[in-house]
Ligand binder design. Structure first.
Ligand code: FES
Ligand SMILES: [Fe+2]
Length: 436
């Protein structure tokens, strides 16, 4: 990879190529539950910009540059009261749209406030998530139609987890399927896995073959292996611009899990996971009915703190070697010695350093999905930067709705696109179900 390509992929601040691409889309920024009416403002780091979010007395949410437009004191210290945030330095007050509504230190000059506007971004709440639009359009584009984001809040498990590294290496863990049989399941003996579990194929053959292709809104892959004679075991996954994935950890037709890797800055990322509750991804117990070592699903969080990097951190971090347990690694049947599938992914991607040195890598045929995704990102970001080409899914968000992932077994004669189309047709669509 060329240095220029690498820089264009990983940098997300204002004025960068990838930052420009991401600012075209609505970004999932926080859970609605993080903001209390007239409560303390939330420090929000998004695409390298230091923002605050607050919920006013009427329940509306404001998202704006944390600096007061008067003399740049932080509005994080502000008083959230009577439908606005009041800067504690000289008392200027702003509504959720950034309009200055009061300048009490300017006696006899009540008109002055009309010349002042805080740098506010459009935000919308839907189904438990706060979305922010940081782009240049006066009228924001339509909201995303990614399937899990449309489900009622009660039907979805929403999780946020911070990762201490660049967004791209974090995301690439989701589209790097051959790591599963090592990082997560390297010590699992296929004979310990129940005969009827599809997961058995992943550990019986740890070197799948692949198909990779561009799609209308991103990229997709199918990893495949022989199953029973005349049968193929498939694992399909997707990347959707600019930072969404769907991983194959569940039965294709009923598994609905959308995952976003939202850059906080160049070296910190917020993972946002929306999982349909009815069919959570599950790798069942072994033949003896025990959970397989290292497969814990819950997140072990540190308490949230109010600083810029204080939200949704895990206990296992670079500074404590991700709590690796060498005894569990050697004798405990846990390949990494780290407990929890997400924690294992977190450890390896953070261990690459704050930003992966792409010039040090040696990508292999098993990394074709990663190569295709980097190309797709660069192509979309550069087309926007150069010619103003609107990226896919911004004005036509419906193209992201039908995308699905998961695993299944078919007749070996079926071609991969046919197999995918057939599964899509058979997929459960909770929203359509509800409408009927
Ligand atoms: S710096 Fe905010 S009111 Fe003066
Ligand atoms: Fe993983």
């Amino acid at each position: 990879m060329r240095r220029k390509d690498s820089d264009d992929l990983v940098r997300v601040g204002p004025g960068t190529v990838m930052g420009g691409l991401m600012r075209e889309y609505w970004l999932p920024a926080a859970m609605s539950s993080e903001l209390e009416r007239d409560g303390a403002p939330l420090r929000l780091l998004l695409l390298g910009e230091r923002l605050i979010a607050f919920r006013d007395s009427s329940g509306r949410v404001g998202v704006m540059d944390h600096r007061c437009p008067h003399r740049c004191a932080s509005l994080f210290l502000g008083r959230n009261e009577e439908n606005g945030i009041r800067c504690v330095y000289h008392g200027w007050k702003y509504d959720t749209e950034g309009n200055c509504v009061d300048t009490p230190n300017l006696a006899g000059n009540p008109e002055f406030k009309n010349r002042i506007k805080a740098k506010a971004y459009k935000s919308v709440e839907r189904n438990g998530l706060l979305w922010v639009y940081m782009g240049a359009r006066k009228e924001a584009p339509p909201l995303p139609e990614i399937e899990a984001t449309l489900l009622p809040e009660a039907d979805v498990t929403i999780s946020f987890v911070q990762r201490e590294c660049n967004w791209l290496q974090a995301l690439e863990g989701d589209i790097d399927t051959s790591h599963f049989g090592f990082l997560h399941a390297g010590s699992i003996d296929p004979d310990d896995v129940p005969e009827d579990s599809l997961f058995r194929h992943t550990v019986a053959n740890r070197a799948p073959d692949y198909h990779v292709a561009d799609t209308e809104c991103g990229t997709m892959y199918a990893a495949y292996r022989g199953a029973a004679p005349g049968k193929t075991y498939w694992r399909f996954a997707n990347f959707m611009l600019p930072f969404w994935t769907q991983t194959p950890q569940g039965k294709f037709t009923e598994h609905l899990h959308n995952r976003a890797w939202v850059p906080m800055d160049d070296t910190h990322t917020m993972f946002v996971s929306l999982m349909w509750r009815r069919h959570p991804p599950s790798i069942g117990p072994n033949k003896r009915g025990e959970m397989m070592p290292g497969f814990k699903r819950q997140f072990d969080y540190l308490p949230n703190e109010s600083d810029w990097h204080g939200r949704w951190r895990l206990k296992g971090r670079p500074i404590n070697d991700w709590l690796v347990d060498r005894e569990a690694q050697k004798n405990g049947g846990n390949y990494t010695g780290i407990d929890g599938i997400h924690a294992q992914d977190q450890a390896v991607t953070e261990s690459m350093g704050p930003v992966t040195d792409h010039l040090f890598e040696h990508l292999a045929p098993s990394d074709r999905m990663i190569m295709a995704t980097r190309r797709r990102l660069l192509q979309a970001a550069r087309a926007l930067a150069k010619d103003g080409t609107v990226p896919p899914g911004v004005d036509n968000p419906d193209i992201m709705y039908p995308v699905r992932s998961g695993d299944f077994v078919t007749d070996a004669k079926l071609r991969w696109r046919e197999a995918y189309e057939a599964q899509l047709r058979a997929s459960v669509r909770p929203l359509q179900e509800a409408a009927e």
